[in-house]
Design a binder for this molecule. Sequence first.
Ligand SMILES: NC(=O)c1ccc[n+]([C@@H]2O[C@H](COP(=O)([O-])OP(=O)(O)OC[C@H]3O[C@@H](n4cnc5c(N)ncnc54)[C@H](OP(=O)(O)O)[C@@H]3O)[C@@H](O)[C@H]2O)c1
Length: 332
Amino acid sequence: MKAIVSEQIGGPQTLVLRELETPQPGPGEVRLRVRACGVNYPDALIIEDKYQFRPVRPFAPGGEVAGEVEALGADVTAFQVGQRVIALVGHGGMAEQVVAKVTKCLAMPPAMSFVDAAAFIFTYGTSWHALKQRAALQAGDTLLVLGAAGGVGLAAVQLGVAVGARVIAAVSSEEKLALAKAHGAVDGVVYPQGPFDKDGTKALAELFKGVCGKQGANVIYDAVGGDYAEAALRAIAWEGRFLIVGFPAGIPRLPLNLPLLKGCQIVGVFWGAFTDRDPVANQRNNEELLDLYTQGKIRPHVSAQYPLADAGRAISALAERRALGKLVVTID
Ligand SMILES: NC(=O)c1ccc[n+]([C@@H]2O[C@H](COP(=O)([O-])OP(=O)(O)OC[C@H]3O[C@@H](n4cnc5c(N)ncnc54)[C@H](OP(=O)(O)O)[C@@H]3O)[C@@H](O)[C@H]2O)c1
């Protein structure tokens, strides 16, 4: 099978197209014929050995795929050959075939395309867990989303709208703001690109406060980090929840007088660990997400598709902050 492979530590330009042996599913596993693979920020990190997991090389990036079941491991009865599924595989998805654990597979609704399916569960799963379990977002809450036109960010915008929150988007360009508004954000800010000095952070905080209003944001979804985090935290409401989701702009250090003064919570979000630690709640979340999809209330915005040989270009676009919504690698 063909796969786009990391043979040495490095950026997307180091990925190479290779012929690898077809993987065989073991007990509790299925082999998928991959039709589409979603591109996520961890793909940029994993090839540079900067992610939580470091696979043995050579390996293909790609943690989220959609495809057809092609072979069943011994004892697998939950899925049938030919069935269309979404799977979370950690890595290995940017390939013609991949082995997935049955517990990490989800049947695709009939009306869902492979492209939508490959751009779905990683981002919506993360954002739904964040907004539901970690923030208890309520209708009428003000939700400020940083990086609102990115993968998890745009999912948070759509889910916030579905809950009935007043969603405010924070992004780095007018084009990204227009996208977030097209998906239901009622207002937003275009922030400058960091890093910021003390005055720059204060100016940014004023920008966030201005758009969130006097009460501040009840929930802040931070998938950006860096100097943006402290500025956003200064715009949180009394008893607000500040969600720590990701750090493409760097790991922030927050002054702890702020949570005291705001009576707010700083809440970590680790969706992958949640799926393992609470599979029952995770399954319920997945069912709710597929329901929302079927009702047309949430829908991935896939702005570009790439053939397998160009998967490195897709990862570069994401890492260089050029992606709008989701990018997907399609495999014929
Ligand atoms: N906690 C969890 O369980 C969990 C689960 C999934 C993903 N994540 C994390 O969430 C973050 C976002 O993932 P994603 O797949 O949604 O990525 P993405 O589509 O690339 O979105 C990230 C956004 O961050 C902003 N950004 C700010 N500074 C950046 C920089 N220096 N480089 C790149 N982007 C920058 C960009 O928006 P602007 O240009 O508008 O600023 C971009 O749209 C990643 O850190 C990822 O590891 C966490």
